[in-house]
Design a protein around this ligand. Structure first.
Ligand code: GTP
Ligand code: SPV
Ligand code: MN
Length: 595
């Protein structure tokens, strides 16, 4: 197929990749509905996609059981010197990594089509938007990219003959020999998977996986790892944050951006349905925020994506009605179960479980089965515009002004429901020390507590010590117009393992307190770790939480916090000379406040 682009560098790169990967043909994606439908029909015909008859234009895919989540162990930040990647990233010398991967790429698309996907992260024409070109041999990836990003010929128009783009090379790593029958989810074995980033040359190479962030390269690879490194160089921010607008009964709007680690509640909070009377929420984004200081000195955020790649299990009309309504049509489901009714199903779905289903591995399943019907990291891919609570301003080219930052994570103990930072430096300290229990969003152990600074440990494309400094630099520029910073924990558990806080829509009560802090209506109480709601300040009307649970949620256990200090010290030490002195000062101040 002839190139529809006049961009010399692009055409040359496509030629080079075709010569290396040796596909049967090269196809340039135009982003049309017709193209999407054609590819889906091909995948239905091959058996890879199963139409879901209850949901128009929706399809179920089952991945290979080895290819079900991001692979942090196989993800690399490849900078000329290791110190630039820093202690929290895997590193291989760029020349060596390219040599190894080039070996894998040789002939890797034999028997397949090489798709060229021109895409924009951010609304086409936004001053914050960036153009990527993904090459892939997976039609499943093409369809997902259609939903998650803005794909098509208009992106090539903006690119023009000499515009800048981020090359993203992806292969599932499963060439087909003549006459060889394809499998339903082709991919390479784990030891051949590489998710590689070359931030010094804005380049992404991914090999061996077809799943989520490993393969939809606009998302974590471009919009976080490559973008975070670019943002530091250029003085803006690329963060793992949802964006929402909350409007109080008087009509004042607050824009909130919240960073929680993977599978820790971003999509749910982004689509919150407030339980407090008169408060209204709108969703702007559920995973990533790109932010830049505007002419008025405030920080403006856009959502670079155009769809949701959300965790399916636990999603229900009870927990997240807006998400459920988003899933009525035009959805790609991956690793969900298929009920005998013909509809999809997962653990935590509304109503009783189906009497019989086909599980995510394609096996018979009944409620008596000992395994989950849906994989814990089963996902839906759905267009953002279908969300009933999407903000009319979600594609605003200049973004929305952020008033509040929230950090958080999964902590069964120690960390209270909510606390506010004393100032920006203290907030950066909170972000830099954030810790959370690991989840099924990554292949590896689940439930292990680890430091996940700013929910960016797997996504920061440079030395995390420099990233901390970038937060200080941005704060210095924003000064009095900087967002206020809060820390939340929806995941406190009783000794018996039950949730102490109802969560989901009831989290609106905590957001309300934050807005009241910002507008000077809530006084708060000062504690060694930060500002907590004063007795009675958290609106609990209509909730029946046992007094002792509430006390536990609002407790600052000085002994437990003191016990954390040596670990924070160790955590900071790994950054050596790259640790900003201002973080050391915050740790010392916390120590002193704890007594
Ligand atoms: P990624 O898309 O992987 O980045 O995850 P996410 O941060 O968007 O998390 P998501 O909102 O999908 O929630 C992940 C899991 O946490 C789901 O199973 C939710 O049901 C559960 N969850 C979300 N919010 C709450 C909450 O307030 N309380 C409790 N107990 N669980 C929650
Ligand atoms: C996450 O893990 O944070 C996700 C899913 O949003 S993935 O796109 O696979 O990274
Ligand atoms: Mn999410």
């Amino acid at each position: 197929m002839k190139s529809p682009s006049r961009n010399t560098r692009l055409n040359q790169w496509i030629q080079e990749c075709a010569t290396l990967c040796l596909p049967d043909s090269v196809y340039w994606c135009d982003g049309s509905a017709d193209e999407y439908n054609r590819l889906m029909q091909q995948m239905v015909a091959s058996g890879a996609a199963i139409p879901i008859k209850q949901r128009p234009n929706s399809f179920l895919f089952r991945s290979d059981p080895s290819d079900v989540a991001r692979v942090e162990d196989r993800t690399y930040i490849s900078t000329a010197s290791q110190i630039e990647a820093g202690p929290t990233n895997n590193w291989i010398d760029p020349a060596e990594l390219k040599k190894t991967m080039t070996g894998f790429y040789k002939g890797c698309m034999r028997g397949r089509t090489m798709y060229v996907i021109p895409f924009s992260m951010g609304p086409v024409g936004s001053p914050l938007a960036k153009i990527g070109i993904e090459i892939t041999d997976s039609p499943y990836v093409v369809c997902n990219m259609h939903v998650m990003t803005r794909v098509g010929t208009r992106v090539l128009d903006v690119l023009g003959p000499d515009g800048e783009f981020i090359p993203c090379l992806h292969s599932i790593g499963a060439p087909l020999e003549k006459g060889q029958k394809d499998v339903l989810w082709p991919c390479a074995p784990i030891e051949q998977k590489y998710i590689s980033h070359f931030p010094e040359e804005n380049l992404i190479w991914s090999y061996g996986s077809g799943y989520g962030g490993n393969a939809l390269l606009g998302k974590k690879c471009l919009a976080l790892r490559i973008a975070s490194a670019a943002a530091r160089r250029e003085g803006w921010m690329a963060e793992h944050m949802l964006i929402l607008r909350l409007t109080n009964p008087e009509g004042r709007s607050f824009h909130i951006a919240a960073a929680f680690p993977s599978a820790c509640g971003k999509t749910n909070l982004a689509m919150i349905n407030p339980t407090i009377p008169g408060w209204k929420a709108e969703c702007i984004g559920d995973d990533i925020s790109w932010m830049k200081i505007g002419p008025d000195g405030r920080l403006y955020a856009i959502n670079p994506e155009s769809g949701f790649f959300g965790v399916a299990p636990g999603t229900s009309y009870d927990s997240n009605p807006a998400a459920m309504d988003t899933l009525k049509q035009n959805v790609i489901f991956t690793n969900c179960a298929l009920a005998d009714s013909g509809d999809i199903w997962w653990e935590g779905f509304d109503g009783p479980p189906p009497g019989h289903a086909i599980d995510w591995k394609g096996k018979d399943w009944t409620p008596a089965s000992k395994v989950d019907a849906a994989h814990p990291n089963a996902r839906f891919t759905a267009p953002a515009r279908q969300c009933p609570v999407i903000s009319p301003d979600w594609e605003k080219l200049d973004g929305v002004p952020i008033d509040i930052f929230i950090f958080g994570g999964r902590r069964a103990s120690v960390v209270p429901l909510v606390h506010e930072a004393y100032n920006w430096d203290h907030g950066v300290f909170m972000g830099s020390t954030a810790a959370s229990e690991t989840t099924a969003a990554n292949i590896g152990a689940v439930g292990n507590l680890r430091r996940d600074p700013f929910a960016m440990k797997p996504f920061c494309g440079y030395n995390m010590g420099d990233y901390f400094q970038h937060w200080f630099d941005m704060g210095d520029k924003l000064a009095a117009r900087a967002p206020r910073i809060f820390y939340v924990n929806w995941f406190r558990k009783s000794p018996e393992g039950k949730w102490l806080w109802p969560g989901y829509s009831e989290n609106s009560r905590v957001l309300k307190w934050m807005c009241e802090r910002v507008s000077g209506k809530a006084e708060g109480r000062q504690t060694p770790i930060g500002i907590l709601p004063k007795d009675g300040e958290l609106d609990l009307k209509g909730l029946s939480i046992p007094a002792q649970d509430l006390a536990e949620l609002m407790k600052v256990d000085a002994a437990a916090w003191k016990a954390e200090l040596p670990d924070i010290d160790q955590h900071f030490k790994q950054f050596g000379g790259r640790l900003p002195a201002r973080l050391g000062a915050q740790l010392k101040a916390l120590k002193e406040r704890l007594g």
